[in-house]
Design a protein around this ligand. Structure first.
Ligand code: ADP
Ligand code: MG
Length: 267
């Protein structure tokens, strides 16, 4: 792992958990992500903001290995993972949630969490009667359910959960393999004000050792959860800084008022 000089000048500290360098994703003639670079330090909480179509989900898809970048480099814990597939990144400690639900509706909260512990590729055909399921996974599923506020719904089918509870379960599933980095794609989308409050509280309570990158449209949630904010528009990073400075930033205000123009580039 590369070492960097810490800010207090007391010598080398650990390098970033995640770094993206000059990342580009082109779809036909459009650069959805256009030379984006940033780093996320261990345990840091970073919010990714920007209007619809800014390139946030595409950036996530490249970071998690769901999409192969057109150009650029991605490092996890100092190691170049640009060519590693998504399962390989999960094994190194990365998990994500999706904008759309990825739960098994006909299975209980407990069963969804147990499948989460099996990792990528697990299906509902997994034998729930096996000893691993009863002995090893069950207690841990109960612990994760507690962490995401779903203990009372442990035996409920995913299809019976409210929208907010489903989001809580999705975050629970992402916690199952004891991740070091999690990426959350708009976890509060479509939630009621009460559900948002529950979710914000849950995010604030996550273990401080977990590094979090969160896409969130709700500024209040993003600014409460994040220590640093990166704002994207038209595939570019247009602002980056502490939450307070971002709210006052004129470029950010212009972007949110829809004053930025979409740029079409040749392939
Ligand atoms: N698979 C794809 N094929 C073609 N264009 C895509 C694809 N995925 C995303 N895009 C385009 O890339 C741009 C960024 O999309 P996206 O990353 O989903 O933005 P955001 O998550 O910020 O709303 C949009 O113009 C979108 O239409
Ligand atoms: Mg998106």
């Amino acid at each position: 792992m590369p070492l960097s000089v810490s800010e207090n000048g007391k010598g080398p500290g650990p390098g970033p958990d995640l770094s993206v360098e000059d990342l580009v994703m082109r779809f036909g003639g459009i650069a959805a992500v256009d030379h984006v670079s940033f780093r996320v330090d261990p345990g840091e909480r970073v919010a990714l903001l920007g209007p619809n179509g800014a390139g946030k989900t595409t950036l996530f898809n490249m970071i998690t290995g769901d999409l192969r970048p057109t150009a650029g480099r991605i490092r996890m814990f100092g190691e170049d993972v640009t060519r590693l597939d998504s399962s390989g990144r999960v094994r190194k400690g990365m998990r994500r949630t999706y904008q759309t639900s990825s739960l098994f509706d006909e299975m209980s909260v407990a069963q969804n969490l147990c499948l989460g512990m099996l990792g990528p590729g697990a299906t509902h055909h997994y034998d729930m009667a096996s000893s691993a399921y009863r002995g090893e996974f069950w207690p841990r599923a109960a612990k994760v359910a507690r962490e995401v506020g779903l203990s009372r719904r442990f035996f409920a089918k995913a299809s019976e959960l409210s929208h907010g509870e489903r989001r809580q379960l999705e975050i629970g599933v992402s916690l199952c393999l004891k991740p070091r980095i999690i990426l959350l794609d708009e976890p509060a989308a479509g939630l009621s004000p009460e559900e948002r409050t529950t979710l914000t509280h849950l995010l604030e309570q996550l273990p401080s050792s977990i590094t979090i990158l969160i896409i969130e449209h709700d500024m209040d949630i993003a600014l409460r959860v994040a220590q640093r904010v990166i704002v994207m528009s038209d595939g570019h990073v247009v602002a980056e800084g502490a939450p307070g400075s971002i709210v006052a930033n004129e470029v950010v205000q212009a972007v949110y008022l829809g004053q930025s123009r979409r740029k079409h580039e040749p392939c």
